[in-house]
Design a binder for this molecule. Structure first.
Ligand code: SPD
Length: 344
């Protein structure tokens, strides 16, 4: 009995010690924060942030699935991974009382189907996927739709995002299907369509897309709006456009993994990110759209009215929010994605 009590006390004190530890392990999308903001958090709280990045939901998910105790205290999955992860017990329920700045969020982006009461996820940024064109090489207006990228004249020109759902969404939309299609015949048709695109593909990439476009190592293709907003600042000929026939939108949200060991510090970080001044800073530093209404009011017009980051209502209406397609369809997407990547 004494031994049993000792073990319990040991576990309790280890848990308390872990939460007292002035450490926070954040695993986030690349290009989603600035050093200034991380430094400010560390200065204000004395908590040291170990910050690592990923470039696809699949990478983040695979890492946490393989090792739930990997030590991450906060991750930022997209819409379609939030429900998959909490249904698989990979996320902790969020205690809203520890996040007073939750009130700053835009109600239009809360209580969505992937997490109806925001019990597991707190919006961080929303993003869109569109066409990237360097107008030094191709006149603005020469491309208006995803389907244009299939034209023979663009042989070996395109950068395609190295992200299964993003690449398939482009083909599905071109074929007139939903970007969240679960019909195996439609997914196969999208794979065959993407195979036809391969001669035009110069490279698949996501983590370095902005610098590849800035350096003009690719001058046409697809990209995420914030990355291209930043690329356009460096190289004004790099333009982002919203395809006429539709495109996808994603909401990336903060979540606490089941194996987090510094949960109190994660709450402090989430609340800090939701502060209007901080939410405005990260949006300005990255070009991604803030779900924080209070932050939007503080933003300079150059960002708040920028149509790459904040498309107008008519453009927004053409967007389709990415959702989880479920395990059966996911397996089909993954199978065809692997075949595509080996050129089969
Ligand atoms: N530089 C990373 C940008 C991430 C944008 N959101 C991801 C959406 C995935 N569908």
């Amino acid at each position: 009995m004494k031994y049993f009590l000792f073990i319990i006390l040991l576990f309790v004190s280890l848990a308390v010690w872990a939460d007292d530890e002035k450490i926070l392990n954040v695993y986030n999308w690349s290009g989603y924060i600035s050093d200034d903001v991380l430094n400010q958090f560390e200065k204000e709280t004395g908590i040291h942030v170990n910050y690592t990045t990923y470039d696809s939901n699949e990478t983040m998910y695979a890492k946490l699935k393989a090792d739930p105790d990997a030590g991450y205290d906060m991750v930022v999955p997209s819409t379609y991974f939030i429900d998959r992860m909490y249904k698989q017990g990979m996320l902790q329920k969020i205690d809203r009382s520890k996040i007073p700045n939750f009130k700053n969020l835009n109600p239009a982006l809360l209580n969505k189907a992937f997490d109806p009461h925001n019990q597991y996820s707190i919006p961080y940024f929303w993003s869109t996927t569109g066409i990237v064109i360097n107008t030094q090489y191709y006149p603005a207006g020469s491309i208006t739709n995803w389907s244009d990228l299939w034209k023979g004249q663009y042989k070996d020109q395109l950068l395609i995002l190295d992200d299964v759902r993003e690449a398939f969404s482009m083909a599905l939309i071109t074929l007139g299907y939903s970007a969240n299609d679960v019909d195996p015949a439609h997914i196969k048709a999208a794979y065959l369509k993407l195979r036809q695109l391969l001669p035009n593909v110069r490279l698949f990439n996501d983590e370095a897309a902005a610098s590849i476009y800035i350096d003009e190592d690719a001058v046409l293709g697809m990209g995420w709006n914030g990355d291209i907003y930043m690329a356009n600042k460096e190289n004004p000929k790099v333009k982002f456009l919203y395809p006429k026939g539709g495109y996808v939108l994603s909401l990336d949200s903060m979540a606490i993994p089941r194996g987090a060991r510094h949960v109190e510090n994660a709450y402090k970080f989430i609340n800090f990110i939701l502060r209007p001044d901080i939410a405005m800073q990260i949006s300005m530093a990255t070009g991604y759209a803030s779900p924080n209404l209070a932050a939007q009011k503080l933003m300079p017009k150059a960002l708040a009215q920028n149509e790459i980051t904040y498309p107008d209502a008519a453009t927004l209406a053409r967007g389709e929010v990415q959702t989880d397609v479920g395990p059966a369809a996911n397996a089909i997407y993954e199978k065809y994605w692997e075949l595509l990547k080996i050129g089969a």
